[in-house]
Design a protein around this ligand. Structure first.
Ligand code: GDP
Ligand code: ZN
Length: 321
């Protein structure tokens, strides 16, 4: 029998198994020796000289393959295969790997859209967290669509008012409720044929929304497949769930992860869309837009062309990306 080989997307990773989805199949793959050599274990004896020498020679990434990666694999007989090559990534969402060394763990790659999920109440929205997620999306040039859930706990009008800031700066906002079925069809069409990543704190309804959109999934509430667990990367169970209508959805939970790890502070103003018209107009070329005189951003803030809450998020991000 001819050996099958091909190209596919890594949708799940579990204890050294990488599940690759192809057009008509799902293949349980291991890593080739070449890729395996690039594996880094961040928990390895911190500070030992041997560890330091290794980290100079090896790439500073803890796992050569991430969820969403397009890969070339060999084999595929009886659903088993071997990943030979990872194709160049369009984008990636990373965090600093656990452990003391400054290594990168790529949580997801080649994402078509980020969907920050918030609830109108229980829990109340955390705007700074939303601004962090939007900044991550901007940094990687991934489109973002905001989902504002549990609208049954407020009124549609007040939800629209609350979200006007974000709509005005160009982010699409979906108002949803799994209780009243608000927004179901438009949510479905937003996700169709795309690789989407839900982000947001726990309790806002991410698992419920997925079950609501695709009842067959029967995810237990609070147990959506996680792109990154709190635990070590070697044991975290990671997954992109395939939607019946086409497309995949994954979840990137956990507030701790929403840092812009590895960004240059000077690049942060570019991540706030509404700052764009004012950038380059400050008195100082290297203006931080925090304390300098004749700052175009702070003038725009005074003129209410930039909202106080978004500006506050900017200053917090600038101090602690
Ligand atoms: P996750 O942690 O983001 O995955 O949130 P869950 O899906 O576990 O939901 C947390 C709680 O919110 C559960 O008790 C859900 O039943 C509830 N919930 C989810 N969506 C809605 C909604 O649209 N309206 C209301 N009232 N409750 C919701
Ligand atoms: Zn300035």
């Amino acid at each position: 029998m001819a050996k099958s080989s091909g190209e596919g997307t890594v949708i799940r990773q579990y204890l050294g198994h990488y599940f690759v989805s192809t057009v008509d199949n799902e293949v349980d793959c291991a890593l080739s020796t070449k890729l395996r050599k690039q594996l880094q274990y961040p928990e390895a004896s911190p500070g030992s000289r041997r560890n330091r020498v290794q980290s100079v020679r090896r790439p500073k990434v803890v796992d050569p393959v991430a969820i969403g990666d397009r890969v070339i694999f060999d084999g595929g007989n009886q659903g088993k295969g071997m990943i030979l090559e990872v194709l160049p990534r369009r984008n990636k969402i990373s965090r600093q790997a656990s452990g003391s060394s400054r290594k990168e763990q790529i949580l997801a790659a080649n994402i078509d859209q980020v969907v920050p999920v918030f609830s109108a109440s229980e829990p109340a929205p955390n705007w700074h967290l939303l601004d962090r997620m939007l900044a991550i999306a901007e940094w990687q040039q991934i489109p973002a669509t905001i989902c504002f859930n549990k609208i049954d706990l407020t009124s549609e009008d007040s939800a629209k008012q609350v979200m006007a800031t974000y709509r005005n700066i160009g982010y699409p906002v979906m108002l949803t409720s799994i209780i009243t079925d608000l927004g179901k069809e438009s949510f479905k069409s937003t996700l169709k044929n795309e690789i989407s990543l839900f982000m947001g704190p726990s309790g806002v309804g991410k698992s419920s929304l997925l079950n609501w959109l695709q009842p067959g999934l029967q995810l237990r509430t609070g147990e959506i497949s996680q792109v990154s667990g709190e635990g070590k990367h070697t044991t975290s169970h990671t997954e992109l769930v395939e939607l019946d209508g086409g497309g995949f959805v994954g979840d990137l939970p956990g507030v701790k992860e929403y840092h812009l790890w590895g960004i240059d502070a000077e690049d942060i103003p570019d991540l706030f869309r509404e700052f764009q018209p004012f950038l380059g107009r400050c008195r100082f070329r290297d203006c931080s837009h925090i304390h300098e005189p004749e700052c175009a951003i702070r003038e725009a803030l005074a003129d209410e062309e930039i909202s106080q809450s978004r500006y506050d998020s900017y200053t917090r991000l600038r101090k602690k990306p």
